[in-house]
Design a protein around this ligand. Structure first.
Ligand code: ASP
Length: 440
């Protein structure tokens, strides 16, 4: 069977005519790039607004009974400019006119938001000479507004069977009644992933404006290196702890099939980018640590009680208090007679005092100590299990920098080490760990 690559291009890759040309060069450079998923135009120049944001604004104006003309003209201008720069006369004005009519007739918020991708899809398909396939016919949502993956995959397979080269706009689909439904923001990533899983692509390329994921936040570590290969599992850990990456839901359709994702830079297509693969593919291990990420706003509640470890049901009693308050617990590191519950500040806000009272009443602890303003840092890497002394080197370096480590948690898979430090030590900790792993 001929190999297929599904390529999704983000808003910055399709923000103006100049960017469209780069996209065409990329698509045409490899005939395996058969199904292309565009986002709506992002910011074209400083001070610009993303088209999706303009569309949401248009809807808000409509709801408030205000004139939509100023905002809608801005949207029209963006698309007209792109067509002009590409030398395309494809009657985009008429399509825009129809959309305007639908808005004035009270079209839904999702319908409006989806038009950014719809229009970009029409333009890109014409520009590439590929068939346009409306996502409303192949990305299907159920009546609760949730994606029906199975039905969508069946539909996509049927529809694309006879399409050698096609453009499918990202971000939206339709429910059983044909109403447009969008994913959450950034959802074109999900469309690309569903198309890739349906056609059993050999690769899902996600083209953006960075050459992959960086090992650490570039605002903290200048010249941080790019991750060459990361597994889905590692990525999940890194995303969870704050690294801004792909839309979370975009991974599951292809993960099960072991289809790799390649994050690539439209402005530097020669860069390798980051390859995301399933652990079952046993990707080579080059570095002990794949990435470092973290978040700043946590509260740690340490509960102490003599002979806690032999009191049956103690942990259950404690965690069920948090459950009753609908607070998700991030970590529970423990020692023999003490246990810490780590929760995010936003989750516990306004509830902390009540929870402490309940812990006192139900668990009868000897002491409760609260540490507000803690930062958690995750050091993630499938290579850590094979590297002796990595935690030792990290802890020594942090001690030399005067960083006080408040908590350490490492699970037995040795995929990550999680450290809690005082919030003000966050940047120093990330920098120091990065320095250590560069020497390993
Ligand atoms: N255009 C949508 C957004 O701005 C979806 C996407 O770009 O993936 O969120």
């Amino acid at each position: 069977m001929k190999e297929i690559i599904v390529a999704k291009f983000g808003g910055s890759s399709l923000a103006n005519g100049h960017q469209f040309k780069k996209v065409r060069d990329i698509v045409k450079a490899d005939s395996r790039r058969r199904y292309i998923v565009p986002s709506a135009p992002g910011k074209s120049r400083p001070g610009d607004t993303k088209v999706t944001d303009l569309l949401y604004l248009c809807h808000d104006k409509m709801q408030e009974g205000l004139d939509i003309s100023p905002v809608f003209s801005e949207i029209e201008k963006r698309y007209q400019e792109i067509c002009r720069d590409l030398g395309l006369s494809i009657g985009i004005e008429e399509v825009l006119g129809e959309i305007r009519e639908r808005i004035l007739a009270g079209a839904s918020r999702d319908y409006l938001a989806s038009r950014g991708e719809y229009l970009n899809g029409i333009i890109l398909s014409q520009y590439l000479g590929f068939e346009f396939i409306d996502a409303k016919d192949i990305i299907l949502f159920n009546d609760e507004g949730r994606l029906d993956l199975k039905a969508s995959e069946d539909r996509i397979r049927k529809r694309l069977k006879s399409v050698d080269y096609g453009v499918i706009p990202g971000f939206y689909g339709a429910d059983g009644d044909g109403n447009i439904v969008t994913f959450s923001r950034g959802g074109s990533d999900i469309t690309g992933s569903i198309v890739a899983s349906s056609v059993r692509a050999s690769l899902y390329e996600n083209w953006t404006d960075v050459s992959g994921f960086l090992v650490a936040d570039p605002n903290i570590v200048k010249d941080a290196k790019t991750m060459e290969v990361v597994t889905y599992k590692e990525l999940r850990e890194l995303c969870y702890m704050g690294a801004p990456v792909l839309h979370e839901e975009s991974i599951f359709p292809i993960k099960m099939l072991g289809i790799p994702i390649n994050i690539k830079n439209t402005n530097r297509p020669e860069d390798k980018g980051t390859l995301i693969v399933d652990e079952s593919m046993n990707p080579p291990i080059r570095d002990s640590v794949t990435g470092i990420s973290g978040k700043k706003d946590f509260t740690v509640i340490r509960v102490e009680k003599n002979l806690m470890n032999s009191e049956i049901g103690f942990i259950r009693k404690l965690v069920s208090i948090f459950e009753r308050y609908r607070i998700s617990i991030e970590h529970i590191p423990s020692s023999i007679d003490s246990l810490s519950v780590v929760v995010s500040n936003s989750n516990i806000a306004g509830k902390l005092e009540d929870i402490i009272e309940e812990i006192k009443r139900e668990c009868q602890p000897d002491d409760i100590v609260i540490y507000p303003d803690m930062a958690l840092i995750a050091v993630v890497g499938r290579g850590m299990a094979k590297t002796r002394g990595i935690s030792g080197s990290i802890f020594t370096a942090l001690a030399n920098q005067g960083v006080r480590i408040r908590m350490i948690s490492q699970d037995s898979s040795e995929l990550n080490i999680i450290l809690a430090v005082d919030r003000e030590d966050f940047d120093k900790t990330v920098e120091t760990i990065y320095g250590v792993i560069q020497q390993k």
